[in-house]
Structure formats: structure tokens, C-alpha cells
Design a binder for this molecule. Structure first.
Ligand code: GLU
Length: 467
């Protein structure tokens, strides 16, 4: 094969609410392979399944990928040299190729009714046979042209030759062999004129000059069908790599019930896009120096497809949170402030200086950006629990007294007063958190009160007394 410049792609079907977190990982890997080799990364929308099509999905997918800084070089939104990037706009091309296969006798027309196919299937199940099409139309229908002229509905099927071995190299899994006897005579063109995935994906990957097909392992069983098509057209094979399916901590397939699977959920929950990419990079691959935290550029630099392990990596939310916290901790105060303001525009209601002072405190306590609002309620006059018993009110009352006397409002003086009250009343810190914030924990209290100011701290205590 002549040396071609690297072109990779993802080809999502707009049939879901959002980009699946597994697809986000595939996108990351495809983008990394393209960038590493100074190639191109393409997004193609595979919208040929008209029944499962979800209105607005394509737009959402593109938005979500953008929010993770997964950037493409060609796609339905930005175009490119390789024509249209939405399959529904390329129907003529697929039809032409289906007919070419008919001419080559690699494919055939099938007029079977749904009833016959259902009956055949039931019979095969009953007889404990593999369920597959029985080549009835290939073997018995002689008046093909007349039936087409009569406008009879038909599909075009691939004629899979029995007793053949289909062998291909997977960059992650090594050699894979599948017997042609395992493969059904796949429909290539449906009666509505739309291609099936198998025909469209091969035609497009060929014409878009894709060099590496990197996709999830659930597509392995489709690959031999595609190889038969490449062979029938006389086209060079691309390289194949099937990435391992992500798993829940209990090893089951990542599913909505156990882990959120839609990529934008994580952004809404305050995970940083760069953290998610770092986390996904490590699902199946390890850094040569065993590093856990590294930027995207380093991943692109070091990563090799061949190093991905084929066993299902665990998507562990606890680790993701830990990683997010690490990134937050390592941000400069200014950068964290910007991130917070973007995420919770309300933050702007806190005077900028106060907000800046909060950054060092927040860094040590925030796991996600959502925590900002949870930890700073007191600055917005938003409190958690609002009912107080007599003991709590008595403490608040004596704190009003003691805190009012402070001349130099500094955290160590505030701490001494709280500490004295703790000892005197034999109480623990959560009670004091509750009195001031309505929560049982939060940012270091004396420091927070110093930033909040004497007047506001005392005002809060007086409110507690009135409850
Ligand atoms: N349309 C397929 C999907 O929804 C693409 C699979 C492939 O990458 O070949 O994921």
C-alpha cells in the first residue's frame, strides 16, 4: 500500500440523547492518532437508520465533542474536501455501489416478504439452527428484472460464500479469524433505498480515504462483513483497531443504570473536560512512567494504539473525582476563578477580591465545580438546615457576644473563640458549621468567617437566634 497520510474518523449514529462516554473515548483516541501523525480527524454522521433517528442528536453530539475540546478537521458542520459528511446526503453513491456488487455477482436482489423472513427465523430457532437468510432469492428467483420493473419491493443482499475463513489483523488484538459460515447474507441496501450500516461504512471509509478504523469492540463481528465488501470492490483494506468496551466497577458493560453514560452529564456535574480526557486516556492504556496526571499533548505524544490492552477497563467515578480534585488543586487562583465564574455565573455577585481570597480555601475542598455553590452558600445568604435547638441558639448567642469584641478580625482570633466554645460545651466542629452555614461541613470555618467579615458573620448568628 502506498504511504498515505493518516486519516481517522468517528462515525456516530444520531440515535441517542448525547455522545456516549465510550464514543467520547473513541473520539479521543482517533483524534490522538491523527494529531500524532500530522493527519486528519473526521466526523461523519451515520444517519441511515431512519427509524431510530433522534431529532437534534447530531447538533448535540457536535456540541458535546466541542465542549470536551475534541476538534475535527472535516465534518458535517465544517465540510471538507471529501464531500458530504452525512450519509443521508450520499444515497446515490451507496446505490451505485450496491448495483456494482450485483453486477459482480457478489450481491443479489431479495424480494422475500417480512412474513417469510419471520417464518424462516422461527423455523430455524425451532430446529436449533443458526438464524440466517437461506439464499432463497439467489437460488430460486429467475424473473428478477420483471419483478423490479413491476415495482416490487426488494433489498440487496451480500452473497456470503460458505466455508471461507476471513482473517484480519487488529492493531490491539492481533490476528482475528472468523468463518464465513458465521455470517448472514447481510442486507446492504434496504427497500427504502437507504444503505445499511455495513455498505455505507465501507463505501465512506474508502472514499474518505480513512487509514485507521478505530472503534469499539462491539463492531468486531461486523468487520469480516466489511472485509468481504472491500475484497469485492477490490479496495485496499484500512488498518483496524477495536478498543475495549468500558465497564462498570462490577465488570458489567457500562450502562445507564450504573454510571451516567452521556458525555455532557459530566460537564454539567462540574468535571473539567481536560480531566475527562486524561481519565479516558488511562482506560486501557498506561503512561510509560505510570503517571496518572498528564496533559493531552503528552498523551498524543506518547500514546501508541498497539499498547491498548484489550481487557475491559473499569470506569470508576471515584477515581474520576479524585483526578478532578487534583486538577483543581493544581490550578492557579486566577484560572480557578475563571473556571468557577464560567460554571456558576452567580459567583460574580461576590466581590472580586472576596472571591480571590476564597480560592486557596476552595482548592483544598472542591472535587467538582458544582461544589463551589455547595461550599459558599454563606456568601450568597443561602443556608442549608435552618432549624436550631435551644443549645445551638445559646451557643450562637454567646458567639455573638465574643465575636463582637474582636478588634482585629482574623482567622486565628476567630478560631480561638470557636475553640473555647467547643471545649466549654463539649461539642464538635459540625455544630459550629451548622450554626454558621446550615451544613455540617465546609470550607475551613475561621478562614471563611474572616473573609465573610465581622458584620456579616454576626448578622448570620443573629438570624439563628431568631429561628
Ligand atoms: N455508526 C456506527 C456507530 O454508531 C459506527 C461504527 C464504526 O465506527 O464503524 O458507532
Amino acid at each position: 500500500m502506498p504511504l498515505r497520510s493518516v486519516r481517522t474518523r468517528i462515525a456516530p449514529s444520531p440515535t441517542g440523547e448525547d455522545i456516549h462516554i465510550g464514543t467520547l473515548q473513541t473520539a479521543l483516541i482517533n483524534m490522538a492518532v491523527a494529531r500524532k501523525n500530522k493527519g486528519k480527524f473526521i466526523i461523519r454522521i451515520e444517519d441511515t437508520d431512519r427509524v431510530r433517528l433522534v431529532e437534534g442528536a447530531e447538533k448535540k453530539y457536535l456540541q458535546t465533542l466541542k465542549s470536551y475540546n475534541i476538534t475535527h478537521d472535516e465534518g458535517p458542520d465544517i465540510g471538507g474536501k471529501y464531500g458530504l459528511y452525512r450519509q443521508s446526503e450520499r444515497l446515490e453513491l451507496y446505490k451505485k455501489h450496491a448495483l456494482e456488487l450485483i453486477k459482480k455477482r457478489v450481491a443479489y436482489y431479495c424480494f422475500c416478504s417480512m412474513e417469510r423472513l419471520v417464518e424462516l427465523r422461527e423455523k430455524q430457532i425451532k430446529e436449533k439452527m443458526h438464524t440466517r437468510y437461506d439464499k432463497h432469492c439467489l437460488l430460486h428467483v429467475k424473473d428478477v428484472e420483471e419483478r423490479i420493473n413491476r415495482n416490487e419491493s426488494y433489498v440487496i443482499r451480500l452473497n456470503v460464500v460458505p466455508d471461507k475463513k476471513i482473517v484480519f489483523d487488529d492493531l490491539i488484538r492481533g490476528q482475528i479469524t472468523i468463518a464465513s459460515n458465521e455470517i448472514d447474507d447481510q442486507v446492504l441496501l434496504k427497500s427504502d433505498g437507504f444503505p445499511t450500516y455495513h455498505l455505507a461504512v465501507v463505501v465512506d471509509d474508502h472514499y474518505m480515504e480513512i487509514t485507521h478504523i478505530i472503534r469499539g469492540e462491539e463492531w468486531i463481528s461486523s468487520t469480516p462483513k466489511h472485509i468481504l465488501l472491500y475484497e469485492a470492490f477490490g479496495w485496499d483494506l484500512p488498518l483496524f483497531a477495536h478498543t475495549p468496551l468500558l465497564r462498570n466497577p462490577d465488570k458489567s458493560k457500562l450502562s445507564k443504570r450504573k454510571n451516567p453514560v452521556w458525555a455532557s452529564w459530566y460537564i454539567k456535574e462540574g468535571f473539567l473536560p481536560e480531566v475527562m480526557l486524561n481519565f479516558l486516556a488511562l482506560l486501557g492504556w498506561s503512561h510509560p512512567e505510570e503517571k496518572e496526571i498528564f496533559p493531552l499533548d503528552e498523551f498524543i505524544d506518547l500514546f501508541k494504539l498497539e499498547e491498548i490492552k484489550p481487557v475491559g477497563p473499569i470506569f470508576d467515578l471515584v477515581k474520576l473525582k479524585w483526578m478532578n480534585q487534583q486538577y483543581i488543586q493544581n490550578k492557579s487562583d486566577e484560572d480557578l476563578k475563571k473556571l468557577i465564574i464560567d460554571f456558576s455565573p452567580d459567583a460574580k455577585n461576590i466581590p472580586d477580591q472576596t472571591l480571590s481570597k476564597l480560592m486557596p480555601l476552595l482548592k483544598s475542598r472542591m472535587e467538582t465545580l458544582v461544589d463551589f455553590a455547595k461550599l459558599t452558600g454563606i456568601f450568597f445568604d443561602k443556608f442549608g438546615e435552618q432549624s436550631f435547638n435551644q443549645e445551638e441558639k445559646d451557643i450562637a448567642s454567646s458567639l455573638v457576644n465574643d465575636l463582637s469584641k474582636i478588634k482585629d478580625w482574623k482567622n486565628d482570633t476567630i478560631f480561638n473563640i470557636i475553640k473555647a466554645s467547643m471545649v466549654l460545651n463539649k461539642l464538635k466542629m459540625p455544630v459550629f458549621y451548622k450554626i454558621f452555614t446550615g451544613e455540617t461541613r465546609g470550607l475551613p470555618l475561621p478562614e471563611t468567617l474572616e473573609i465573610l467579615g465581622q458584620e456579616k458573620s454576626i448578622k448570620r448568628l443573629k438570624e439563628v437566634l431568631g429561628k
